[in-house]
Design a protein. Structure first.
Length: 423
């Protein structure tokens, strides 16, 4: 605690370089936090994610995940598509009752009955949102609706206006916006904002866009839609070309302030933007001055919770939450990480809820890794002893994918070294 004495006095704590540094650092952190724009995280694990074949969940399972998403700090939980089945209706309705902080959202088509049913399912939500919309690309207009552009705008406006009679918060999606020409998209956006849309979702439904193109689309809408500042632009990207996360980041760099995403990136076909990736990208790049309200320490556990209940394994090399995301196996990398983690890691594993980085022993590992792992299981090896054990290790590792702790005991024993120190 700093005492209140004259700061001009030589012994005042503010003149102590130690405290001065602390105060300057805290001011800096405070200013950085205050100057950051918040990007809303709209989680659609229970809607777009659950559409995936084999990922179907029952209401109980969905409630467990919804509770966790709320705890994780997402801003919006898209709980389902209430008209699609009685089970989905019940899930949205039950989730609405238990979610404490997040907005709960239900999906609809631009169809009156859908909107009525969604509104009914959301009755108990503290913060209800109806997510309605229609296809706007030439292909959707021609093949799905056999309509004109004017008719699409009319239907979009009618859907938003009708949804507004039930809830204040109405998000509009322009399906296949990624392949919709920007001029027409801007007309649709302007019309639905006038009708009261609070959020404009610009989905790259088919995962077609390049990051530059998707970013430019957001910029175009920001600059050409009247009333755009009365609504939030939202990114909803699919991963058909592996660009969902990159496109969402390009979207927020160009003015969007909501990202729609799923845990582990699950979703239709190749999936959606991965929640854990966008959260950590914004966290690791403070220069973007964007952040989310997500508690990153729950990311790993949430990933496993979703993977287990959906029986959908997480690929080992998945960014942020894959088993190998913090595992090092080449000798050069291991040597660096043992000396200082930051040589080969940009994220502290603890920040995403992973206990520690893993040093995996394979035939590509070097002496530093072997000494480190041997010490972890109790052997303090001298340089000469390590040379001996390493020879045995290489013979062993050439015949095995990965050397585990039990193997280390066998290898040390087989080396028959004298005066072994037990750590
Ligand atoms: O990908 C998409 O266009 C969607 C909409 C229904 C929002 O999931
Ligand atoms: Zn989608």
């Amino acid at each position: 605690m700093l005492s209140i004495v004259n700061p001009n006095e030589e012994n005042h704590p503010l003149n102590n370089p130690k405290y001065k540094f602390v105060i300057e650092k805290e001011n800096y952190i405070y200013k950085t936090i205050m100057s950051k724009d918040k990007v809303q995280i709209f989680d659609t694990t229970l809607r777009d994610g659950e559409q995936v074949p084999g990922c179907k969940l029952n209401t109980e399972q969905k409630l467990v995940i919804a509770r966790r998403l709320d705890e994780l700090g997402v801003d919006v939980i898209e709980a389902g598509f209430p008209i699609s089945s009685p089970g989905d209706f019940t899930s949205v309705s039950e989730i609405s009752k238990i979610v404490k902080n997040a907005t709960v959202c239900g999906l609809t088509r631009a169809v009156k009955k859908d909107i009525e049913v969604a509104a009914q399912a959301l009755t108990h939500a503290k913060r209800p949102r109806i997510h309605t919309g229609i296809g706007t690309s030439d292909s959707h207009i021609k093949y799905k609706f056999n309509a004109t552009k004017e008719e699409i705008i009319e239907r979009a406006v009618a859907a938003v206006s009708y949804a507004k009679t039930f809830v204040e918060d109405v998000e509009f999606y322009a399906e296949d916006a990624g392949r919709t020409d920007n001029e027409f998209l801007a007309r649709v956006c302007e019309a639905v904002i006038k009708a009261g849309a609070t959020v404009l979702n610009i989905p790259d439904t088919t995962g077609y866009c390049l990051p530059e193109e998707y970013g430019a689309k957001m910029k175009y809408l920001k600059e050409n839609v009247h009333g755009i500042d009365n609504a939030i632009l939202s990114c909803h990207c699919h991963n058909d070309l592996g660009l969902a996360t990159a496109n969402s980041i390009a979207g927020v760099i160009n003015g969007a302030r909501q990202i729609e995403c799923t845990i582990n990136g699950i979703g239709e076909r190749a999936g959606n933007t991965s929640l854990e990736e966008v959260v950590m990208i914004l966290r690791q790049h403070p220069d973007l001055h964007l952040d989310t309200g997500v508690n990153s320490k729950l990311l790993y556990d949430t990933s496993r919770m979703v993977s287990d209940s959906m029986c959908m394994p997480v690929q080992p090399n998945k960014a942020i939450v894959g088993d190998n995301a913090f595992a090092h196996s080449s000798g050069i990398h291991q040597d660096g990480v043992i000396k200082n983690r930051e040589t080969y890691e940009i994220i502290d594993p603890k920040d995403v809820g992973v206990t520690e980085s893993a040093i995996v022993l394979t035939a590509r590992s070097g002496r530093a890794a072997l000494a480190y792992r041997a010490k972890n299981v109790g052997y303090e090896l001298t340089k000469l002893q390590l040379d001996e054990v390493y020879k045995q290790f290489l013979n062993f590792a050439d015949n095995k994918k990965e050397v585990n702790d039990d193997d280390i005991h066998l290898i040390v024993k087989a080396s028959k070294i004298q005066n072994l120190a037990i750590a």
